[in-house]
Design a protein around this ligand. Structure first.
Ligand code: FES
Length: 100
């Protein structure tokens, strides 16, 4: 189990990049009253998804504007075609946690 950050640190509709204790980077999202988490690195190129933006439950990559579902990680818009890993987020005592 990895601690991400306090829930209050995740801005609404704006991704937050978090580097886990093992050095792996993820992007955390607050959208529609819930928290989501995916890998930060886009599957299409060397882009940080945390530098993109969230709209209608999709994270749009800042490089070529492909997108993924923030809940399932499935690609939603080209040029993204490979799913991104997504994680279930647990909220516990104001902290957000994931398993990986
Ligand atoms: S690097 Fe993300 S869409 Fe190309």
């Amino acid at each position: 189990m990895f601690t991400l950050c306090p829930a209050e640190q995740v801005p609404a509709d704006e991704p937050l990049r978090v580097v886990l204790d093992d050095g792996h980077a993820v992007a955390v999202y607050s959208w529609n009253g819930a928290y989501y988490c995916t890998d930060d690195l886009c599957t299409h190129g060397e882009a940080s998804l945390a530098e993109g933006y969230v709209e209608n439950g999709e994270i749009f990559c800042p490089f070529h504007m492909g997108s993924f579902c923030i809940s399932t990680g499935e690609p939603r818009a080209a040029p993204c075609s490979v799913p991104i890993r997504s994680y279930s987020v647990i909220e516990q005592d104001g902290q957000l946690l994931i398993e990986r």
